[in-house]
Ligand binder design. Sequence first.
Ligand SMILES: [Zn+2]
Length: 171
Amino acid sequence: MKQPARGKLGKGSTATVSGQCVCGRVRLEFDFPAFWAWHDHSRAAQHAHGAAYATYVGVWRSRLRIVSGHDRIVRFEDRSRRTARNFCAICGTPLLFERARSRNMVNLPRALFETRTGREPRYHIALDESPEWAYRGEPLGPLKGYPGVLWSRPGKKRRIAKASVPRQTTR
Ligand SMILES: [Zn+2]
């Protein structure tokens, strides 16, 4: 079987990375590859995503296109943090995350995309704000009587020593 032409885009890549919100009304795409990818453990990200942390891919604003559903996107500006969070007004999926300090860059939740984005999330921001209930890879075992449910035994949790985690600067 003939391999598809890879050109200069790299292994397994495509020229465009497409994603959408949960309800599918908002569709967006950016030019492969993303600029970088990172895990945001900050309290703000936790709260906005309802999760232990958020994982983003950062792309140049000029390389991002809202393909459909532009009129469904609601924008919330957090003036104290100088950020803006955009989400789908129908299903609530977080979409664009913008920071005033980097106006030419837009951060997109990694989970919007099922295919490769061209960057692995190798960076962690605000790890010292990570909640103690975040999963940190503790050993898990099957929970008897509940197929598919794994659990960690009490007392195995390792807390991150705040003093040992330097506060990272963001860009
Ligand atoms: Zn939606």
